[in-house]
Ligand binder design. Structure first.
Ligand code: TYD
Length: 192
């Protein structure tokens, strides 16, 4: 089983992913809990780009794709092949949302990813309004940056929500308590 958790920054993805993994392990399932961008060479270049100054958007997009292709080949596909549960904190839907928000075509990004990346069995979209999300991550830069960030995140949220009618997608209200959100995730995961 392949489970992906997505949402804009501040929605609680990593906490929820960790708790879901723990719950499944308690049931005796073998779980691989992972995230993107990875800590591989491409992922590290991306992290550097976020902190030390952004690379051109085209270059970042190519790095996200290369990072994911490696992740699929080295971790995701082999784990699924031996029957493990794979839980990912971010996947190619973040690629659609974040690179889509800065002007790339989300559908084109989706096609480029699905050429090599398996579609998950379950995609949880933790949905939260942008103001609450920004307040949670405490992002208080200068006003222009804040404004741009809010607009980008607003577009990201919209792209995530555009996936809501796909059969494998569950939109979860992330304004609820951590426990409530976790409860909803658990209820959506099929028993073995
Ligand atoms: P992440 O490591 O989840 O950062 P954080 O823990 O601070 O939320 O992701 C880093 C950033 O990378 C995040 O802002 C979203 C972005 N991102 C993309 O732009 N495209 C992608 O394909 C992925 C996977 C992430």
């Amino acid at each position: 089983m392949f489970i992906v958790i997505e949402g804009i920054d501040g929605t609680g993805k990593s906490t929820q992913a960790a708790r879901l993994a723990e719950w499944l392990r308690e049931q005796g399932r073998e779980v691989v809990l992972d995230f993107e961008p990875t800590r591989g060479p491409h992922g590290m270049k991306l992290r550097e780009s976020f902190t030390a100054g952004r690379l051109p958007a085209e270059e970042e997009l190519a790095l996200f794709l290369a990072d994911r292709e490696e992740h699929v080949a080295q971790v995701i596909a082999p784990s699924l092949a031996v029957g493990k549960v794979v839980i990912l904190d971010r996947y190619y839907f973040s690629n659609m949302a974040y690179q889509g928000a800065i002007g790339f075509d989300p559908q084109e990004i989706r096609r480029r990813n699905e050429a090599f990346a398996p579609v998950p069995d379950l995609l949880f979209i933790l949905d939260l309004d942008t103001d609450t999300a920004l307040a949670r991550i405490g992002g208080r830069g200068d006003e222009t940056n804040e404004f741009e960030k809010r607009e980008d995140l607003e577009r990201c949220r919209g792209i995530f929500l555009s996936l809501q009618n796909e059969p494998f997608v569950r939109v979860i209200d992330a304004s609820r308590s951590m426990d409530d959100v976790q409860e909803q995730l658990r209820r959506a995961v099929p028993a073995v």
